[in-house]
Write a protein that binds this ligand. Sequence first.
Ligand SMILES: C[S@@+](CC[C@H](N)C(=O)[O-])C[C@H]1O[C@@H](n2cnc3c(N)ncnc32)[C@H](O)[C@@H]1O
Length: 225
Amino acid sequence: MPIELKKTKDGSYTLFIPALNEHYHSYNGALAEAMHIFINAGFNFLPKQKINILELGFGTGLNAILTFTEAKKNNTTVFYCAVEAYPLDYQLIKQLKYESLEGVNPTVLKKIHTESWEKEIKISKHFTLQKLKTDIQKFEHNKKFDLVYFDAFAPEVQPVLWSEKVFINIHKRLKKKWNFAYLLFQRHSKKSFACRRIFCKTFGWSPRETPYFKGDSSVKISPRI
Ligand SMILES: C[S@@+](CC[C@H](N)C(=O)[O-])C[C@H]1O[C@@H](n2cnc3c(N)ncnc32)[C@H](O)[C@@H]1O
């Protein structure tokens, strides 16, 4: 499927798939969105010593490199498992110029993208990466996770990934004590609110709105306390 490079409103780049009319990140700011949702509302919300993160939809690796950078700052040990069914070509990823983002180490960024799939790779003393080339619907793992970056395409584009079956599988992979999932929904989307209801109803969780990110809305879902 053809993919186009797009500059978003904060100056950072993303990818656009014309056939799906879908961006990999918000056109209001790829970097700003990733920081707002996954890093600030997700990673920075958890205790800092040691965490296991599951990313569903590795894509451009933006969340992975930002998590690496933040973890280094905080001296956090991270096991980062990223699931992706359609890995992008490295030549295309290079055009996103994520090595020029503040704090990003170009050597680490390259490693994240070029290291082999399936194996656990020690990117640094504190950061272990495992990229799994598989479908989110078939994903299995023997580890439990503290945090999920649920970064699939929108439910309107891929409704099958926003189903009860997928959510139950995610839920099974969460640790009991610190389980948080962050789901990104687009504002005004009836479908996305229906998905949120399914998730909350299935597990008795509560949606907690994080502040809107410009045109989009992100919803943090966590267990009812
Ligand atoms: C919104 S984009 C991901 C953004 C990504 N986190 C990033 O920072 O670039 C959604 C990703 O999910 C992947 N994807 C779509 N369907 C999938 C499936 N069934 N299983 C695994 N990955 C899938 C796409 O290839 C794409 O990389």
